[in-house]
Design a protein around this ligand. Sequence first.
Ligand SMILES: [Zn+2]
Length: 202
Amino acid sequence: MAVSWTAHRFAGGVLALDLANTVVLRGDAVRGFDRFADLAELPRFAAAASHHRSAELRGRTLAVANAERAAPAVIAVRETADAAFRHAANEGRLRCGALGQLLEACAAAMAGGEALELAAELRLVPGEAAVALETAAAVSALSLLRPAMIERLRVCANCRWLFLDSSRNKSRIWCDMAVCGNRHKARRHYRRSREVDHAPQD
Ligand SMILES: [Zn+2]
């Protein structure tokens, strides 16, 4: 069934993390799955990301000219970004090997955008031309390699998605309060009511 690319699926805060989050429940062999198992989702993700990430993309649109051809580079950036930034979110530090693999994937993904100009802080500059999804994802990943960004990387306590905590006091624990925060609250409430039900009678 086609994925509905709702705003919630862009809770990562930046394109590179939204892309990492296209694997659902990563590491869970039973319930985990890849939204790009059907490559037809690549251009659909790109179209939705063009909308939800318009500020980061400076109004440019993301292009997937040929999903099969783009997939290896997109997936390579996705997987290496997830590994590097998940470690950084958990440990507050980058691992040399994971960073090397991310840079290698980014180099390959950026090769197709040789003429594309970037601002000094590694952002796209405004323009009319569409940007290949893998190139924009690589630029997005590189833009996270700053102390101010690394220290805001988080893993959602409910769904394990990566997200950038842009809250003022850096205290967010859910990728999306409306979804994961509420699910957690509902579960806690359910557990409490069960505990009351099963409390020994005296
Ligand atoms: Zn979550």
